[in-house]
Design a protein around this ligand. Sequence first.
Ligand SMILES: *[C@@H]1O[C@H](CO)[C@@H](O)[C@H](O)[C@H]1NC(C)=O
Length: 197
Amino acid sequence: MKATFTILVIQVICLARGIEYQLTLDDDGFLAPCENQPDNTFSLEAMLESSSLTIHNLGSKVRVEGEHKVVWKDVQPGDTLKMFGQVYRLDKGTWQKTMFSASSNNFCKNMFDKNQYWYTFWTKFINNSDEIKEKCLTTPGAVIKYKDFELDLKASLNVPNLEGRYKLVAQLEAFDKRNFKRPVSICVEYRGTVERI
Ligand SMILES: *[C@@H]1O[C@H](CO)[C@@H](O)[C@H](O)[C@H]1NC(C)=O
């Protein structure tokens, strides 16, 4: 009984200290097309034009500067956006869902909610947030301007055995005022490898 207790305590202490992990994104990991999507689903370029955006992949960090331009055809200001994101892990050759997911039935309303993953990793870095709060991703021609920022891809987590291949798949669908789905949906996929450091 006592031995069990001691082992438990040691495990808890180890876990509480956290394990250092690092995510390294694939070189082409920013724009890999999503797999097994219907024909009306397009990748990031169909929504955001990135020619004025520079992403430096620095290994343990990415540095981002510049802007995105909204080029999503067939959406209108005031459309409702639904977003669903899921992180998968490669397990014996197949992608399995992990506990990390995020979704919103009204992304334009939730885009800048501080307790969301997308805020931490994306919308926090939008400099003209007041403008984008209004225009969202549903106003073709809107320009999303970023603060120059670096995203640290290291984290200390109280979770063991996270090493492996991962992908994030995020899907966006737009609906008009009568709640009809717009023809072009967007799917974005990021891939990378998590290692213990
Ligand atoms: C962000 O906006 C502020 C205020 O408009 C401006 O001074 C600053 O230069 C902007 N930052 C970038 C990186 O554009």
